[in-house]
Design a protein around this ligand. Structure first.
Ligand SMILES: [Mg+2]
Length: 262
């Protein structure tokens, strides 16, 4: 039985706009009982907020079907040092994941971790506080490396752009949690509960979704509904050296392919 690790933005929706056929694809998965998990590098939303956003674009989703990079960061930090003190640079999704993960955020105590995601109120003060803690020995954890995010036909700085300043000033490389990191991929594969040979990693981004899927030794399907088009895909594959097993115009093609090979 196949299982699916599904990207969100550019795969199931564009911002607030549904992508044609995405809701049908999820229904097809449910009808066949194929296991799936929404895996997102976005640390700003809680799983409940992700599910609510999916509902808005016509996809009936539950919070337990979502794995965010913020949740994966909490799982990783629990393995390293449960109950530790963390300095957080991030939004609701990250703050809540840390709280639920049992981490403290006391300013008086030395930080064991600096954990950072996208923070649209990032400031020089936060930069300085993070750098001071990392220089004093805190481990630096980055939810996701994406340096640009598509937003209403523009590109906005992502968590990776904030981390560039922290990395520069602390002279420390972060542990990266989100796709293509094996850290989130391994938690996702474990949650799905299938052997990796049965798992398809589906997304629109070669450098996060597809590279993560290849590194995890899963099947990979690139959908041309987000970052790339038929016209641009070949050039990007050649430039990045990241070659998906399957390139699909949309999710219908993917379900057709899966049905054909089963
Ligand atoms: Mg995407």
């Amino acid at each position: 039985m196949p299982g699916f690790l599904l990207d969100l933005d550019g795969t199931l929706y564009h911002g607030d706009q549904p992508i044609a056929g995405a809701a049908e694809f999820i229904r097809w998965l449910k009808e066949h009982g194929y296991p799936y998990l929404y895996v997102t590098n976005n640390s700003s939303r809680t799983p409940e907020q992700v599910a609510a956003h999916l509902a808005k674009v016509g996809i009936d989703a539950a919070a337990k079907e979502v794995l965010t990079s913020a949740q994966a960061a909490a799982l990783y930090m629990q393995e390293q040092r449960p109950g530790a003190n963390a300095y957080i640079i991030g939004e609701t999704g990250l703050q809540l994941a840390m709280q639920e993960g049992g981490f403290t955020t006391a300013d008086e105590a030395p930080a064991d971790f600096v954990v950072q995601g996208i923070d649209r109120s990032f400031s020089y003060v936060k930069l300085a506080e993070a750098v001071r803690r990392i220089r004093a020995g805190a481990a630096y954890v980055l939810t996701n490396p994406d340096h640009l995010l598509p937003w209403n036909n523009e590109l906005q700085p992502g968590a990776g752009s904030i981390s560039a300043s922290i990395e520069r000033a602390s002279e420390t490389k972060p542990v990266v949690i989100g796709k293509p990191s094996p850290i989130i991929m391994n938690y996702a594969i474990r949650r799905l509960g299938l052997p990796k040979e049965h798992i398809w990693v589906v997304g629109d981004n070669l450098l996060t979704d597809i590279q993560g899927g290849i590194a995890a030794e899963c099947h990979t399907a690139l959908v041309l509904t987000g970052l790339l088009t038929r016209e641009t895909v070949q050039e990007h594959v050649e430039r990045t050296g990241v070659k998906p097993e399957l390139v699909c115009d949309n999710l219908q093609q993917l379900s057709g392919h899966i049905q054909a090979i089963l």
